[in-house]
Design a protein around this ligand. Structure first.
Ligand code: NI
Length: 173
């Protein structure tokens, strides 16, 4: 564990946030195969957890992290697919549901923080529309394409105990 301190500009107030780096569960830990439950309300506890998940993801480093990867069986994912030379663009997504997914697929080399050094090419919907609760417990919708679409689908799979390597064996069957 490590901890570090960061200032966030939050509703025009500067809030002191202490974020923790959480241990990341690695395969084949059975926690990764469990199904996560919905979050009833996004409260302070959930907000703190999402800040810790982002800190953990950035430190790894990675572009996405799902709550079960830090041993929390709740439907929460965090993502930031901004490139190194771009401004950070953290997404905090609670109870995500896919409303629409394109038939057209896009293939990316995927990695997973629970499988260090594994990279696998997987075809997923090129575009998705997803509804979710944001960090203020508000219902939101996002349209994603490219790497963001793939990343959202990868992280959402984690919430149902599905791992990227499961897609491979499925295709080979
Ligand atoms: Ni993953």
């Amino acid at each position: 564990w490590g901890a570090y301190v960061s200032f966030l500009l939050y509703e025009k107030k500067v809030k002191l946030v202490v974020m923790a780096i959480l241990p990341i569960i690695k395969a084949p830990d059975p926690i990764l195969k469990k199904k996560c439950v919905k979050v009833e309300r996004v409260d302070n506890k959930i907000q703190e957890l999402m800040d810790d998940m982002l800190a953990t993801m950035y430190a790894a480093p990675g572009v996405g992290l799902a709550a079960p990867q830090v041993s929390i069986l709740k439907r929460i994912i965090v993502i930031d697919v901004a490139k190194n030379d771009e401004k950070p663009n953290p997404l905090k997504i609670v109870n995500p549901e896919i409303i629409e997914a394109s038939k057209e697929l896009a293939t990316y080399d995927e990695g997973c923080l629970s499988f260090p050094t594994h990279y696998v090419q997987i075809g997923r919907s090129a575009r998705v529309r997803v509804c979710y609760l944001d960090s203020e417990n508000k219902q939101k919708e996002i349209e994603a394409e490219g790497i963001l679409s793939t990343c959202i689908q990868h992280e959402m799979d984690h919430l149902d105990g599905v791992l990227f390597v499961d897609h491979i064996s499925f295709l080979k069957r």
